[in-house]
Design a binder for this molecule. Structure first.
Ligand SMILES: Nc1ncnc2c1ncn2[C@@H]1O[C@H](COP(=O)(O)OP(=O)(O)OP(=O)(O)O)[C@@H](O)[C@H]1O
Ligand SMILES: [Mg+2]
Length: 327
């Protein structure tokens, strides 16, 4: 039943820093994304979950072509789009668009909504003014707003309206893949529920594929068909949403779930807790990166980095990178 991949990442690594500072010694290299392989299937919503700083936005920007991967390859609809210079990399991916983590920052405070949306389409080569106006009106409607919003400035919008405008803006570009980066952060619960319902509805109506970045597991459970769990730049578990929530295999996933009490059935209260912050990404532990916070870690975890492997013979597409995966 699994659809064909629309996007495939193979062993993608993206780093910050390295090299020398203008003054002083070498800069520490941060491997913010470290050997990620991932497929997005046509029409699905894949959740990407992990603590702050684990590399979610870096991965998103690498997929978009806004950051250049250090190694690995990316295929979009069968075409290799990696190994390109930044400008060319972005141009090679016209069907992928991004809803910014900070909707305020994505909108110029001096521009009206109308000007911002029009400019986006102009930059993307839509020359006909009437065509631009028609697409903008259509997508404002699609996100539950109307053309009266065209004359507003960003500060005259609520958080929920900013999210809708952010989505409308990229929908005018007719994307096939939308990367939503923390699309409900900062919204109160009732607004969040409405915005999520809208995103869900639009995905089905427009046949979109979502990469849904969030550290909120309850949101991901509601929105996504599959979930990938990221820790210090690596995917440590991936699988169908129902399996990830009912039978998490990696101890990190179990700890994340334990930290969301409303999601955790009582029978899973042996789960570990995440007391400390994750280690610095400039000093990733040897072996399994999670071992310094894991109650089950042993010598093997210290020396041998676990690869993603099938959790059980029967659990299709449920993989975990753990030497002592929970049965
Ligand atoms: N421009 C940058 N230069 C250097 N390091 C960076 C840069 N941007 C991010 N990093 C580092 O890369 C790592 C991954 O950051 P990233 O923003 O991808 O995390 P994230 O998972 O999106 O976090 P959050 O949930 O807080 O948005 C972090 O250690 C971060 O400090
Ligand atoms: Mg981020």
């Amino acid at each position: 039943m699994s659809a064909a991949p629309i996007l495939s990442l193979s062993d993608i690594t993206t780093v910050y820093g390295g090299g020398k500072r203008a003054f002083g010694g070498p800069r520490a290299e941060v491997r913010a994304v470290d050997g990620v392989s991932l497929e997005l299937r046509e029409g699905e919503a894949l959740g990407l979950v992990g603590e702050s700083g684990c590399g979610k936005t870096t991965l998103a920007k690498t997929i978009l072509g806004l950051l250049t991967e250090k190694s690995g390859s990316i295929r979009l609809g069968g075409q290799v789009v990696s190994g390109l210079r930044p400008e060319a990399a972005r141009r090679a991916r016209p069907s992928i668009h991004y809803v910014h983590q900070d909707p305020g920052a994505a909108l110029d405070p001096w521009w009206t909504v109308g000007h911002a949306l029009d400019e986006t389409l102009r930059i993307h080569g839509v020359r006909d003014r009437r065509e631009r106006a028609a697409r903008i009106a259509e997508m404002l409607m699609a996100v539950g707003l109307d053309t009266s919003f065209l004359s507003r400035y960003p500060h005259e919008l609520s958080g929920g309206q900013q999210r809708r405008i952010g989505l409308a803006r990229i929908l005018t570009l007719r994307p096939r893949i939308v990367i939503l980066d923390e699309p409900t952060s900062g919204l109160d619960l009732s607004v969040q529920a409405t915005v999520l319902g809208l995103f869900n509805d639009l995905r089905h109506r427009l046949g979109l594929t979502y990469l849904f970045v969030s550290h909120d597991l309850s949101v991901v459970r509601r929105m996504c068909d599959r979930v990938a769990i990221m820790y210090l730049g690596r995917i440590v578990e991936i699988g169908p949403t129902a399996q990830i929530f009912a039978a998490p295999a990696h101890h990190y996933t179990r700890a994340l779930l334990a930290a969301s009490p409303t999601l955790t059935p009582g029978s899973l209260d042996d789960m570990p807790s995440l007391r400390d912050d994750p280690p610095s990404p400039t000093a990733v532990p040897s072996g399994c990166a999670f071992r310094t916070r894991c109650a089950h870690a042993d010598e093997q975890c210290r020396v041998e980095r676990p690869d993603l492997a099938a959790v059980t013979d029967t659990a299709h597409g449920h993989l975990a990178a753990c030497h002592h995966a929970f049965p």
